[in-house]
Structures are given as C-alpha cells and as structure tokens.
Write a protein that binds this ligand. Structure first.
Ligand code: PLP
Length: 370
C-alpha cells in the first residue's frame, strides 16, 4: 500500500508523529567508533546499574516466565500503597511511565481535545496526545521552568489535561509548592492534571511539592513515577501512577491485560527494600551534581540548577558538534536540537570516574580539540 493511501487509513494525526529516534545499538556504535566503552550520559539512566536486590529477585523470577504475570500487580500495589500511605486502589502500573502516559491519553482524550504542556518538556505527552487525535497546546518555559500562570491562561473549554513535568525533563528545573498551590486554586473541575514525578526521589529542595498531597486534598490529579531512574530498572519497563480510586478504575480499563512482566514486578518489589542501593544512588547523584556544577563554574559555562540526575547546559556553541566530538571520546550526551535549543545539551550524571573523565573531555573539546 502506498504512503498516501495509508495516510487516509491511519488515525487523523498519526502522520504528524515522528518515529521515536532510537539511535544505533550501543555495541554497534562502540565498534564503529573503535571504543571499548561508551559512557551513556544521554538518557537519564542510573549509572550505578540496577538495584542488586532486584537482580537477585529477577534471577528467581526468570524461572517462571512460562506463566503470564499478575496483570494488575496486586502485591506491588499493596506494598507501594503501604509505603506511600494511600490505599491500594489508588495505584496502577504500566510498562514504564511511558505506558502510563499512553493509558491516560487513551482513557481521556477525544478527537480535538486539548492538552496543555510546557515546551520543551517530556515529548511523550505530545506523542500520545496526537495518537488520540488531540491537540497539544505548547506553553514556552520561562527561565527554563514551567510557566504555570501562562499554562493556566491556556485552559479553555476544550482542555482535557494539563501535563506538568516536575522536575522537568530536559531542563531539570522544578516548580515549587506555592506556585503549584496557586495553579490548583480555581482550576476548572473538568480539567485533569498529570503530574509527572519521574525524578521525584532525586529532589532535595524543601519547597518541592509532593503530588500525593494534592491527591489527598481531592484534586483532579494523576501522579506518575517510575522504577527506571532511582532503582536502575529502565530496561525492565515498569512505572506507576497514583490517583483517586474512581480515576484508577477508568485507567485500568485501557491497560493491556499483562502490561508489566512478572520479572519486572518481582524486581520492583525487591528494589523498594534495597535501602543500601537507594542511599548509594542518591549520594552518588548529589556528589555528581556538585562536582559537575563546580567544574562547569570553573569553565564559565551556564547551566540550569538541577534537581534531577541530569544537567541542562548552554554551551553557547553548536551543541551537535560538541556532542559528536564527545562521542568520539567515549561520552554520549544529548544535544538540544530537538528542543529547538541548538546550543544546549543535557548531560546525565555518571559514576565518579565517568564524571571526572567527562569533564576532561569536555574541556578539551571546548578548548578547540574537536
Ligand atoms: C519526565 C519523564 N517522564 C517519564 C519518563 C518515562 O519513564 P519510564 O522509563 O518509566 O517509561 C521519563 C524517562 O526518561 C521522563 O524523563
């Protein structure tokens, strides 16, 4: 079938969507570059590996993959709900937070309805909005942070969802409690707020709001979190959302029957108990953030204060060229081209050794060593 014919058959906005850029498989890239190793500082993954507790649990669970998993992940629901002080009917799981975002879009967006979101922010909100034939309403960041007042002004009769990424990917910035309180004040009752807290556990700012407080106040909110970042389980694909029981019962209707693998549920159960690893990840992240910021200060580079496991930096030069040069030296970072910020890069913190070597490479590249 020809592309033009397929265009008529596909849902209305499918051809507006770009295929997610996957890049080359890492081993092929290493071979092509002739490098024994590549530091993956481009996708906000955990540089310390997966939670060892989770790995142990997976070794056991792998023996049972002939069985379908428990679709709703009841044991994990109970454990997580208990930890967070909410009831188990307020949690639902997906194949990563990505899949939770898809579930929200499938459950709520009708053709032509609007979703207000920041720009740049996490691109998956926009993708699934379009999949459902919705319209994204992009509100530029102000000082690299969500402009909640401007976002609120964009809410109209067709608005169904407002996506707030807190902390924001790619900038690592946060909105604080007072701003979010203000945003919720007099919000129309038929608008649902999706609060994406994928990096929640990395934030130490005392004024950072906890999405669950708004949920407890009875707001129309869906809070998203993930096992991909803190727990080092990005490759397993497990994330979750928390909302009022009635909201969860809507979302559960659009869940694929067995969306979360049994191995992933077991890993997540164990990861929640892996306190030693959790503490180590947070300590390493804080150390990395301090070191990289100090070094960037020394190099006179501007960056957005980070509340996450990555840093958004304005290099004031063509970021794509810097990215290429760093890749040849064994470091992958993300250039800001896709965010229409061509002089900016997003750098995920690495291990202590990776961070130190990265700074040396960056200094060399910016010093003219292309
Ligand atoms: C803000 C934000 N939300 C959601 C996700 C998706 O997380 P998951 O790996 O659970 O699909 C990411 C991943 O990078 C993210 O940055």
């Amino acid at each position: 079938m020809k592309r033009e014919e397929l265009k008529k058959l596909a849902r209305r906005r499918i051809f507006d969507i770009e295929i997610w850029p996957a890049g080359k498989p890492i081993d092929e890239l290493k071979e092509e570059l002739g490098l024994p190793d590549l530091a993956r500082m481009d996708t906000n993954e955990n540089p310390l590996g997966p939670s060892p507790g989770a790995v142990k649990a997976m070794e056991q669970a792998i023996r049972h993959v002939n069985f379908y998993p428990d679709g709703p992940c009841l044991r994990l629901k109970r454990k997580l709900a208990g930890r967070l002080g909410i009831s188990e009917d307020m949690v639902a799981f997906g194949n990563g937070a990505d899949s939770c975002i898809r579930m929200v879009a499938s459950a709520f967006i009708n053709d032509g309805e609007e979703v207000v979101m920041a720009d740049p922010s996490f691109p998956v909100y926009s993708i699934f909005t379009r999949v459902m034939g919705g319209e994204e309403v992009l509100v530029p960041l102000k000082d690299y942070t969500h402009d909640l007042q401007a976002m609120k002004k964009k809410i109209g009769p067709r608005t169904k969802l407002v996506c707030i990424c807190n902390p924001n990917n790619p900038t690592g910035s946060i909105v604080r409690k007072a701003e979010l309180d203000d945003f919720f004040r007099d919000l129309p009752s038929d608008v649902i707020v999706v609060l994406d807290e994928a990096y929640f556990e990395f934030v130490s700012d005392p004024q950072f709001p906890n999405g669950l407080d708004y949920l407890r106040e009875g707001r129309n909110i869906i809070v998203m979190r993930t096992f991909s970042k803190l727990y080092g389980l990005a490759g397993l694909r497990i994330g979750y959302m928390m909302a009022a029981p009635e909201m969860i019962s809507v979302l559960e209707r659009v869940r694929e029957p067995y969306t979360v693998a049994g191995v992933a549920e077991e890993a997540a159960l164990a990861a929640l108990d892996d306190r030693e690893f959790i503490d180590r990840v947070i300590r390493n992240n804080e150390k990395s953030r301090n070191l990289i910021c100090r070094e960037l200060d020394r190099l006179g580079l501007d960056y957005v204060p980070s509340h996450t496991n990555f840093l958004f930096v304005d290099l004031k030069t063509d970021a794509r060229k810097v990215r290429e040069a760093l890749m040849r030296r064994g470091f992958l970072i993300r250039a800001g081209t896709a965010w229409k910020l061509p002089t900016c890069v997003r750098i995920t913190f690495g291990t202590e050794a990776q961070n130190a070597a990265f700074i040396r490479a960056l200094e060399e590249v910016l010093g003219g060593g292309r």
